[in-house]
Design a protein around this ligand. Structure first.
Ligand code: NAI
Ligand code: 15L
Length: 276
């Protein structure tokens, strides 16, 4: 993919840099800054030219205060990325998101791009088309934590003027592999386009945008994304025949087939019932 024209930042911070998307974004986002600071709880490859690598847990406020120093903008991709028991989600995604925002406020960071998720609205039916203004219907503790992150972003904008683009990412994978992904798929190139738009738009306030490619099947009205300059170039359509042949029958009565959140809507409960 050709590099996009975008303002060059002095230092961008990418959290979740050891993760699936972090590893995709590491070589791509380097083109838009002098220094890309990479952070994760897990070990990462050593720093190359124009990179800084900092291993740090999101739940450690002091570590976040030092991580956010001299940063122009943050791509906050770190945290638990699938459904887990609440006590696992809480420190990484709720305390962790607070720490990133509070450290960003203290350090005067101007903008955060928050990797939110379609699981904020996972209990809407696949037959509905919703805007980002639809009331949240989280499908999991994970989805609830992302709804918290979006509310946190709104609060830090209203109270402190710290801007955020919250990206409700669908399924950002190399290619769509099931019927649900024909609607929810986001290509890696479109993810890069989306991040560049989110970082470059002159004013975003707190914008909630769906992170999705230009798929023919869609459940999300993403006109707000056009306002920040996102123009997706990819589509799941070339994979449709292959995906439909691999998954010829779906039972429409099953909640994971009916709901936008797919399999997340039937996970849990994790807690054992109390002794009688
Ligand atoms: P991933 O699980 O591969 O990466 C997340 C990274 O966060 C991991 O490297 C992990 O070590 C790190 N992390 C977890 N807890 C941490 C903590 N307490 N402190 C510091 N780092 C911690 O997930 P993936 O797929 O790369 O997703 C990245 C982000 O995008 C996540 O926030 C996820 O919720 C969001 N997202 C991803 C989607 C996708 O299709 N890949 C869809 C929707 C949202
Ligand atoms: C997510 O939020 C997850 O992080 C990712 O692993 C995918 O499962 C994606 O949603 C999805 O809904 O396909």
């Amino acid at each position: 993919m050709e590099r996009l024209s975008a303002p060059r930042f002095k230092r961008l911070l990418l959290t979740g840099a050891a993760g699936n998307l972090g590893r995709v974004l590491r070589p791509r986002m380097k083109h838009y800054c002098d220094v890309l600071r990479l952070s994760d709880l897990a070990p990462m490859d050593p720093a190359g030219e124009g990179e800084e690598v900092v291993q740090a847990p999101l739940e450690d406020l002091a570590a976040m205060q030092s991580l956010l120093k001299d940063v122009d903008a943050v791509l906050h991709f770190g945290g638990v990325s699938i459904e887990k028991p609440f006590d696992v989600v809480l420190p990484a995604n709720i305390v962790g998101a607070y720490n990133v925002y509070e450290a960003a406020r203290q350090r005067g960071v101007k903008r955060i791009v928050f990797a939110s998720s379609n699981h904020v609205i996972g209990f809407y039916s696949q037959g509905e088309t919703i805007t980002p203004q639809a009331l949240p219907r989280p499908d999991s503790y994970y989805g609830l934590s992302k709804a918290f992150g979006e509310n946190l972003a709104q609060f830090y904008f209203d109270r402190y003027g710290l801007e955020t683009v919250s990206l409700r990412i669908g399924s950002c994978w190399p290619e769509p592999t099931d019927r649900r992904m024909l609607a929810s798929w986001l290509s890696y190139d479109d993810l890069e386009r989306l991040l560049v738009a989110a970082l470059s738009a002159p004013v975003v306030g707190h914008s909630v945008i769906y992170g999705v490619s230009d798929n023919r099947s869609t459940w999300w009205d993403n006109s707000a994304a056009r306002h920040i300059g996102y123009r997706p170039q990819d589509s799941s359509e070339p994979w449709r025949a292959q995906v439909e042949a691999a998954h010829p029958y779906v039972d429409p009565s099953r909640p994971e087939v009916r709901c936008q959140g797919g399999g997340f809507v039937v996970l849990g409960p994790f807690e054992k019932d109390p002794a009688p």
